[in-house]
Design a protein. Structure first.
Lengths: 455, 176, 455, 176, 176, 455
């Protein structure tokens, strides 16, 4: 019976499957049914997961439906304006209480027998309550199932089902600096970002870890995107993005192995001018040049740091720069992933800037994006070709850049958190992916958060 | 239709439009993408909004808005051209080997005819099969504005309404 | 290996999953693969299942294909006119011997190698029998697999694979009185019903127990059907059905927990006149008024009793009154049910009456029925929203009307069999559903019928 | 067709019918159900029989009989109207949120033309997608009798032949 | 089309062809196979090549070659006739009980008209449902040469392009 | 976790499932998930499998993609002209390196990160090799995974993943004589066959063993093909094939139970003239008459032997005569098979002959073949009707012709290898099928080839 503890793997077998130190990871963890079930219980039922952005539900009574692991959740603002997150399933017979993607309501009425729940999850309406139930039903115990912890971090909404999970701040740890590269306004002010209306949602026939590890720091798959680089869709009309600022910067693979988070980051020279960007659109170029100067003023040396794609463990991928997006990779069985994609802009950027970015974002990203179409193709057939009896006997290779990282990165007096592999010369490494699987194995082995020493 | 035009005129016009759309389908499915591009005006707009599940009485929330929200496609001729070029590189892996695509076009209607433009509606079932068993069905409606440019019809606007919310395909490398 | 005894659950775990006394039932029993497999072995391979109606196969040689659990069976009349039920699979290589839904034949010839079987199941034809097999094949041992017990009860055909199962009469027990409300003629004569030609068959994406428990006695889901009540499809032009007779009656939830059967029943006042019904059709109204008087004459006080929906354990649902139908909920995996629906009328009712009822039945029932379309929607998404890792940790609530039932129901000298919960005041209870799961657990726990004391 | 009518007359008639059926599809898929109802005569009959698997030489057993046996639909305008009203309540859960439906209509043929009526055949692929990934394909044929009622065409009879025996959908909330 | 023919002539011709193809679909789906055979000329050729996954720049390798390589169908009227006779035996198990088949025919185009022959293109979605839940979708294109034989159109050549490589059906007992 | 040894069945349970001596085989082995997984590991990962024909890849750099078990493999000619077989999965992240069915290349470049492999499987290209990997990546260890043994036998290509498997010659054993009936030129010269361009590939909803055992020697399913016999598609215009030569011959079911191979064979009288054949095509008739005479001259008495369908264990089916084809039955889950079909002709036969045969082959064979369409229908529904709880309790019957075989067949001084059952009188037997399952059980029980004594 596929109950809570079914098929759980002891540390031993996991250690054999995921040997990070030697850079070997078994294909089993991508294709095995049993490992997948354990992931649902030990990763997705415990970890902090990304749900959406506060700008999707500005007013009390606004709600949007999101997903945690395989399950549907309601994210809404209660009457008091607090954001609440509930399992989208009635306590009576489990009916999916809300089948709309978003809207505004005072309560959620179940269409099966009519139990209704307030925006605070309380069971407020029960047909024939007095006559049929009398004292039998203790309403207080039968409200919607709420997440154990919820966090609104700079407008992004996160939650976990596990009350013993570390606080969001602990869970985020030193990664804060890098996540903020996405969430702070371009001019360096805290927060100040919003999402463009409309979330891309689509199905990919691969295990959720393919996109998660790819975004965590795969600088190596240039071949995947050579065709788009040839035709050019970038903000300056060439390539995928503006490379000027990258080319003059140090390339850093930043990982927090004890947290599982990572990002591709860049560090500008301490003494270089701004590289030109957004040359297809003067207004946009002006806006960002202005923002950069503001940011420099506000942040000082830290201004030199800018980000690329990354993954916040387990399945949230911020992309801090070009294009500026955030993705969630929802598991849908071991062989399928449902991808959700949000697009971010500075809330108070001029309309022309938002419009320009929106068009760039969608021609780059997701199933219609010239760039990512090829990622999907590769994840699809990499997964499919790894399922076989023979294939599963051969591990994937994560040796690239083994043993080259430092925990004490410093550049002209600027220190950066995380275990950092400078790949300016190497071009790429699998440092971030190794960090991802280090944390993955830790959660998969542990019976509970208690066993996991917080850094 | 313009009031004065006779039933026969209208019928001949519709036939022209139908032939145009069927020929377009041939160009696409025969992978003659450059010739397909020529069917678009220089100022063409090609748009496929996203769709949400919303209450019946809030239809205005169902589609993402043009020019403001995200969408599946929001293209001018320039990006369409880049998409075609990408396929022709031969290393656009998502279309290598090339998909077997079939555009079943139906319900062609000429809604309105102006001197140089017509509003046309049609429906599509786009079938994609590739590699071994990979198969997708994409079904929906199109609203076109066709313009007569020195004697030939050209696509000036195309709005594509896909009848899906979560896209049931890994990517959208085909055209509609 | 998913053999006969695979994954069988001991009583302990089942007890934890189904706690009827407290009105708690785990979602696992609806979504677990292992529990489903055990149901096929311990419920569907043992219980009496409904197959069809004798009026579908009037003459010797007539046959109709039906279903038991996941398997196809042939229901036919042999040359002697006896009804026989056989597994629809050849003994040689398993070919589905009959791929037609119904017909008339003297034998069933297998299309693969041509073994042929008489309508009595005997292996009557074997190509090259003498030359190829000689004495090797003992034909007597290789006839079609026949059910262990078959019963034609008032025209309805039932069977079980288990020779140690109680007789149909024992299995039916005190529920006879209620099942007869469907099967006896409206005027009180025994039997006398027939089915309208054509059986509705369709797939529902939910576990088979959703419809089974819903029909067993769910008076509580009025919200599901409010829309059809608003537009009105009833025989008097309003609502779903004629409520007059119900409104003046006592509402009884009747359950036989030790059998698993149950029905929603009604008891007229001992002294009230007939409420008007079928006001859209005078001829029909006259017919039923006449029948009711006849019935009163024949049955005396018992006439006061009339029925609604019910479920005869495990998966047969008679609906005794408006609309008068019988349903079988065939399991098709834990997450899918194939529903079959038969429509009943008095065999000798006038054509106008049959015609009126036929139209009412189908605008009410099944996938095109204005009423039941919404049931399917609810069962679909109640099941789907119950599959998740978190959802499965929360039981469904069956507390409604706990501890209010009596085993000694009496009204003005009329006693009724079964454990009865009078919900005239309460409007609804989950008494019948609790009875259903009591029996379900009993069969799931028992190694054999021997372990189950017959009441 | 009536013998005397010319090829051109026939063609113009067919065009009228085709436009009528395509417009009907638009009304349905745009959820303009009340306008759709107006396309039916007061005495309209709308029927979809059940189908059985029977031997090739017993075709008479394949379909359930009109007026005698069970069927998927056996409707007059009254019940069609109630179905529409039910959807419009906004609490007909099976259509809430509304499905995304596409009627691909093809193979339109005018079989016979009488003074005021025509017999028309067409085929449909009805695509339904709803909520997240729920998807149905319903494919088959229609046999209509269209009647001209003061200048406009109306549907007087519609027989729908669905190419399924076990219905491969949980319900039939869509129209055909 | 022959240069001199007028738009109206072309339209009437296309209508003739369309009706012919729709009638053919009726004959097939109503299992009137012997009448269907009569639609073919005595020297008819009916061909469905296999398809391979090959690089975009090697299109010549995609289809198997007529008269040289293997194919799904490579038939004259004689073998078509035998296929029909086999079905009619009533013991061709693959079609017993008979399948429920629907030919959705679309994108009909008259490419070229010669005195006695026309080149016609069309697309098909062939839906097959049988026994309980068995369902296949076969989608692709047809290239026909129709010939006028004493007043009636006949199929002289049919090339069928199925948009699959690995056939996603257990057999091909239906016609295209 | 469905790892290498999961769910493996001990000999005991297999013995109970496959009782060849009594002619009983459980339905479980066709429908059980666990048994299927064990087949992938113990049959398909060990046995010699058929991949294609050398005439598909004449030049160095030519390749064709084939299948072993569920997995895709590349069959190519390396620069030196040697045929090599590799798993079609990149060593880095598993990407399917070649997604084309066939072609010509100097290397296989992975589309994900660009590792490239030579036609000899060597990892020849690694982006940023020096900078990103340096010494970390030992390229010699990360070439494409190659089969353990490969054999080009008279133009047919075979391979096994198991280095401890017997050599192809041992594995083929005495079956050589019969396989050569397919592979030698009709005029008796060794080899000399080629395949027609284009391989039929299609999916059948049944277990792979249905076609494998059917081809192994099912002379008994004439009923399946009665309809095609009635309409006639044979080379002489009648029936399915020319029966003249069969009718005057002895019918032999030839099996090698310790190898699992078998064939339906025929032995001409030592003194009879050639029966007429190919009467629809004089040129073809002349060609074969000429070939037969040549063959007689070359082979002497052995000329009397000719073949029909057979199966070389586990999943390759040669059909030696009319129509002359070879099939591979690839497992695609317990309930699905992907069939591949190649069509053979004498390489130097006249064009008219090749053309005539091609047309005959495809009107007979595969999904569009008038004959085999009915086989697929039977396998589909035989499998489906064998999955149920009750059906699985009843074994299939393989009693036909038990105990009638001899290991010392002789006819007018001509002896033939194999255990032979003369069915000239009996018309049919299940001798070959029993041999197939004898070997099947042997491989399924054995932990390794070491345990299996080679005959
Ligand atoms: S399921 Fe929600 S009220 Fe019953
Ligand atoms: S399977 Fe029925 S006769 Fe062989
Ligand atoms: S997967 Fe092949 S190079 Fe990375
Ligand atoms: Fe990428
Ligand atoms: Fe209900
Ligand atoms: Fe056969």
């Amino acid at each position: 019976m596929s109950g809570p503890t079914s098929g759980s793997l002891d540390g031993g077998s996991l250690k054999a499957l995921v040997d990070v130190d030697r850079g070997m990871v078994s294909r089993e963890i991508f294709v095995s049914e049993a490992i997948y079930r354990q992931e649902l219980e030990r990763v997705f039922a415990r970890a902090w997961l990304f749900l959406g952005h506060q700008s999707q539900i500005p007013r009390p009574g606004d709600y949007v439906v999101s997903s945690m692991g395989e399950e549907s959740v309601i994210v809404c603002r209660d009457a008091s304006g607090r954001i609440r997150v509930f399992l989208n399933s009635c306590r009576h017979r489990g009916m999916k209480v809300c089948r709309y993607d978003e809207g505004h309501t005072v309560e959620f009425q179940c269409p099966y027998h009519g139990w209704s729940y307030g925006t605070d999850g309380a069971l407020v309406g029960v047909p024939f309550a007095k006559d049929a139930y009398g004292a039998q039903l203790d309403r207080a115990r039968w409200g919607l199932i709420e997440v154990a912890q919820m966090k609104n971090y700079k407008g992004t909404i996160w939650a976990t089902w596990d009350s013993s999970a570390p606080s969001f701040e602990e869970y985020l740890g030193g990664y804060k600096l890098y996540l903020d590269l996405l969430l702070d306004a371009w001019d360096g002010r805290e927060g100040g970002t919003e999402v463009i209306g409309g979330t891309h949602k689509w199905l990919i026939p691969c295990n959720w870890k393919f996109p998660a590890e790819n975004f965590s720091g795969d600088r190596y798959h240039g071949v995947s995107h050579r065709s788009v680089d040839m035709v050019g869709i970038g903000p300056s009309g060439k390539g995928r993005r503006d490379m000027g600022e990258r080319n003059q910067a140090r390339w850093l693979d930043v990982s927090f192995p004890d947290l599982g988070h990572s990002m591709i980051a860049f560090l500008r020279p301490h003494d270089a001018p701004l590289a030109p960007a957004y040359q297809d659109a003067p207004i946009v170029a002006d806006y960002f040049r202005h923002c950069e100067e503001e940011r420099k003023r506000r942040r000082g040396a830290e201004w030199r740091l800018f980000g690329g794609p990354g993954t916040m463990f387990p399945n949230t991928s911020p992309l801090a720069r070009q294009p500026r997006t955030i993705a969630a990779w929802h598991p849908r069985g071991p062989h399928q992933t449902e991808a959700w994609r949000w697009y971010l802009v500075d809330a108070d950027a001029p309309a022309e800037v938002k419009d320009f970015l929106r068009q760039y974002y969608i021609r780059y990203s997701g199933p219609s994006g010239l760039t990512e179409q090829d990622d999907m193709e590769n994840w699809n057939y990499a997964h499919a070709a790894s399922r076989g009896t023979i294939a599963r006997q051969y591990p994937y290779n994560y040796e690239m850049g083994l043993g080259r990282a430092t925990s004490a990165f410093e550049d002209h007096g600027l220190t950066l958190p995380g275990v950092i592999n400078d790949v300016t010369e190497a071009n790429a490494s699998e440092h971030n992916q190794r960090g991802f699987y280090t944390r993955w194995r830790q959660l998969m082995e542990a019976e509970s958060w208690g066993e996991i020493a917080t850094p | 239709m313009s009031a004065e035009s006779s039933p026969l005129d209208r019928l001949l016009l519709k036939e022209e439009i139908e032939s145009f759309l069927y020929r377009e389908a041939d160009l696409l499915d025969e992978r003659r993408y450059e010739e397909w591009l020529e069917l678009f005006t220089e100022d063409a707009h090609y748009w496929m909004p996203l769709r949400r599940n919303v209450p019946r009485d809030e239809p205005e929330r169902e589609f993402t808005r043009q020019g403001v929200d995200a969408s599946w496609f929001d293209e001018g001729k320039d990006t369409l051209t880049r998409r075609v070029r990408q396929i022709l590189t031969g290393i656009h892996w998502a279309e290598e080997p090339p998909s077997r695509i079939c555009h079943i076009i139906s319900n062609v209607q000429v809604m309105q005819a102006r001197p140089a433009e017509v509003d046309v509606r049609s429906r599509f079932l786009v079938y994609r099969n590739r590699v071994e068993t990979e198969t997708d069905f994409l079904v929906g409606k199109r609203e076109d504005v066709l313009r007569r440019v020195n004697g030939d019809w050209r696509i000036a606007r195309r709005k594509i309404v896909l009848d899906q919310s979560v896209l049931l395909a890994k990517n959208l490398t085909m055209f509609f």
